[in-house]
Ligand binder design. Structure first.
Ligand SMILES: Cc1cc2nc3c(=O)[nH]c(=O)nc-3n(C[C@H](O)[C@H](O)[C@H](O)COP(=O)(O)OP(=O)(O)OC[C@H]3O[C@@H](n4cnc5c(N)ncnc54)[C@H](O)[C@@H]3O)c2cc1C
Length: 478
């Protein structure tokens, strides 16, 4: 199969680039080793659309963070994914915090962040009554927001797909060779793809992908830096309305407490280097660390409100503290988008515009006059006004059959999630697209029903249904 562009990796970086490239006339395929989009770092992070005051002035991180943050409101409208500009406050608990906050303020102003302001203890407590009354100062960043990272990636992919991009899942790239002016990419299932340009968006594996293409050690090394989280029940979601950071101090970098786009409260992350790129297990020590640190922000955080824990891996570069974005100097037509740690989710929309323009110019691609930038999300029965809900149920009674009681998700939503392109193939895919199983009971009640729907719609036996692909079967094979 021949393509103009082969993108490796379907995280937020690969998906956003794929969508932007679909606005040009070129053939694009995305190869992803897992069975779905957004199963790497993109599914497990803080979900903050950072304002952009934190990154060092003049870096790619600062540039693309500020640009990406500004794109978020209109992008979330076009692609219909959850985003809210809730604002953030960096809290200082010591007298010396004021100088650090002023530094962040100045850094933000130089990088182009608007409406930043230092606020007093009284102002903080008025905005956020649950914050520790020992707080002294805060930096208010009204342009900071919260976003659902996996829904953002899914929205990008559905739109890219409807604009002609091909997504091949279960396609782990294991070999990259140069043949004349093209790359020949081979996957673990022995399929080959030929492309003029390769865009390396493989997250924590991007150094390995670079080595495959160059046949020597990658010029950059990715260190997987784990961050752990606790997610609290929606009952506690309104304990904070802003995203609450802590000023870095002699006690360390601190953790955040934030509402999520779906009304939960999120606490974390810590930072722990990992040798295993696939290890996203949480640890007792890590969870204790984040809980203790978060208690400085909010002393009355309810432990019994925790409904789940998770961890994600940052792609931290050993050699530099900035993103790597650009064509490689030695490998013709090989483009790296590597070291995309935080604020990578925020920066992705702006990175994608930049990368697609560079690649389209390199390949001399024209504009796709049929490009449609609009994508609509699956209707969420729980969020619809009564009249709209009733009309939908009349048209399709499956929308009146509630499967997930905690999040109020109907069979109609689940069926649609399976049949979208690319659709859900397992329980986690359903969860990320509809929220079925994301609630208090964490799939305790709805699992068997969702398995039956998956089996019916995918024409599979029930013992073929997995939690998240590979061999994560839910019932023993007969
Ligand atoms: C703890 C934590 C908190 C964060 N918080 C924020 C935040 O609040 N705001 C923010 O802006 N950013 C945040 N980030 C950063 C953000 O999550 C990342 O920048 C972003 O998700 C990176 O996306 P990606 O597409 O590069 O990587 P990934 O999502 O990991 O995607 C890479 C994909 O490549 C695939 N792949 C790898 N090897 C191969 C291969 N050989 N063949 C085929 N496919 C392959 C993987 O399976 C994966 O799906 C955070 C990150 C972490 C870990």
């Amino acid at each position: 199969m021949n393509y103009d562009i082969i993108i490796i990796g379907a995280g937020i970086v690969g998906c956003s680039i794929a969508r932007e490239l679909s606005s040009y006339n070129g053939s694009v395929v995305v190869l992803e080793k897992e069975n779905d989009v957004s199963v790497g770092t993109t599914k497990a992070n803080s979900g903050i659309a950072h304002a952009g005051f934190d990154a060092k002035v003049g870096t790619l991180k600062a540039k693309f963070n500020v640009l990406g943050n500004k794109m978020m409101p209109s992008l979330s409208n076009d692609l219909d994914f959850p985003f809210k500009q809730n604002g953030a406050i960096v809290l200082g608990f010591e007298e010396e915090s004021l100088e650090i906050l002023k530094d962040l303020l100045n850094r933000g102003i130089v990088s182009g962040v608007e409406r930043l302001k230092i606020i007093s203890k009284d102002e903080i407590l008025k905005l956020e009554p649950n914050v520790n009354p020992n707080v002294k100062y805060g930096l208010l960043a009204p342009t900071s927001g919260i976003v659902s990272p996996y829904e953002m990636a899914i929205a990008y992919v559905e739109n890219a797909s409807s604009n002609g991009v091909r997504f091949d899942f279960n396609s782990e790239v294991i070999r990259i060779e140069r043949d004349k002016n093209e790359y020949v990419v081979t996957t673990a299932s022995n399929k080959t793809y030929v492309g003029k340009v390769i865009i390396n968006c493989a997250g924590v594996y991007s150094d390995k992908i670079h080595s495959l293409a160059s046949n020597k050690k990658s010029p950059f090394t990715v260190i997987s830096r784990k961050g752990e989280y606790c997610l609290l029940d929606k009952m506690y979601g309104d304990m904070a309305s802003h995203t609450l950071f802590q000023t870095p101090s002699k006690l360390g970098k601190g953790v955040l407490v934030t509402p999520t786009t779906h009304g939960n409260l999120l606490v974390g992350p810590n930072a722990q280097d990992e040798v295993d790129n696939a290890n996203v297990d949480t640890t007792i020590e890590g969870l204790k660390e984040i809980w203790d640190k978060a208690s400085l922000t909010m002393p009355n955080l309810p432990k019994r409100g925790v409904i789940t824990q998770f961890a994600g891996l940052r792609s931290h570069l050993k050699e530099s503290d900035d993103f790597i974005i650009g064509f490689d100097n030695e490998l013709i037509g090989f483009y790296d988008v590597a070291g995309i740690e935080s604020p990578g989710l925020t920066a992705a929309p702006a990175i994608a515009k930049h990368v697609s323009k560079e690649v389209a110019t390199y390949l001399n691609l024209g504009i796709n006059l049929h490009f449609n930038p609009i994508r609509k999300a699956i209707p969420q029965i729980s969020a619809l006004p009564n009249e709209v809900r009733e009309k939908l149920i009349k048209e399709n009674p499956l929308y009146g059959h509630i499967i997930c009681r905690c999040e109020v998700v109907s069979e109609g939503e689940i069926v649609e999630a399976i049949h979208r392109v690319p659709g859900a193939k397992d329980l986690d895919g359903i969860k990320r697209r509809t929220r079925a199983g994301m609630g208090r009971c964490q799939m305790g009640f709805c699992t068997p029903k969702i398995m039956e729907i998956l089996a019916r719609e995918l024409h599979e036996d029930i013992d073929e249904i997995t939690k998240n692909g590979h061999h994560s079967y839910m019932v023993e094979k007969r």
